[in-house]
Design a protein around this ligand. Structure first.
Ligand code: HEC
Length: 188
């Protein structure tokens, strides 16, 4: 009987440990930890290829030209050609299409990235390198549209938003072999 009780107690504790209710109870009882602020939580996101979690907002390449000139060109070059000379210089972002399987591969967003949604995710998360997270969602959409339009994947007047971005077919979308390990199927 006592063994059964111990086993039941263990199972219950395991269940409780994994619950947010328990975390809050510990928080209230022992006074450590803080309540999660939704604004703080919004900094943790991950946009899968199908675009789930893309925020409201939109932009065009035409609008993005200004965002790029002001926030990106210093490191990535006026023509998105990259700027390796300046130490912290950013990568070349366009060009190299079809070059990956040649002797002189040029890896860029245009030639390599399989999903347009990754561009939003990455820019919002990590760029500008010197001030990540400083752009508004409309500015991120616009600068993403600008990069894609300079790469001639979309037109400068095309609107990029949560609905249209996942539908954009990247030039190298078929250049990857799917990884079938089950633990990697996070979004299925
Ligand atoms: C202070 C310099 C700097 C600024 C400003 C900057 N970047 Fe970058 N960017 C970098 C560096 C350095 C990397 C490489 C980072 C790494 O590999 O970890 C990079 C990488 C990138 C990449 C990934 C390229 C690839 O093929 O892997 C993209 C896309 C990008 N930046 C877009 C932008 C956009 C859009 C802006 C403006 C909103 C911007 N960057 C502003 C320095 C900068």
């Amino acid at each position: 009987m006592s063994m059964l009780k111990t086993a039941l107690g263990g199972a219950m504790l395991a269940g409780l440990l994994s619950s947010a209710v328990f975390a809050q109870a510990v928080n209230d009882q022992y006074g450590f930890g803080t309540k999660v602020d939704p604004a703080e939580l919004s900094g943790f996101f991950s946009i899968p290829p199908d675009g789930r979690g893309l925020p409201p907002g939109s932009g065009t390449g035409t609008a993005g030209a200004k965002v790029f000139a002001e926030n990106c060109a210093a490191c990535h070059g006026d023509k998105l050609e990259g700027n390796p000379a300046k130490g912290i210089g950013g990568d070349k972002l366009i060009g190299g299409r079809g070059s990956l399987a040649t002797k002189t591969p040029v890896k860029t967003v245009e030639s390599y990235w399989p999903y347009a949604t990754t561009l939003f995710d990455y820019v919002k998360r990590a760029m500008p390198f010197s001030a990540p997270g400083s752009l508004k969602n409309d500015e991120v959409y616009a600068v993403v549209a600008y990069i894609l339009s300079e790469a001639k994947i979309i037109k400068p007047t095309d609107t990029v938003n949560a609905e249209t971005l996942p539908k954009i077919a990247m030039p190298n979308k078929d250049g990857f072999i799917p990884d079938s390990r089950p633990e990697l199927q996070l979004y299925h």
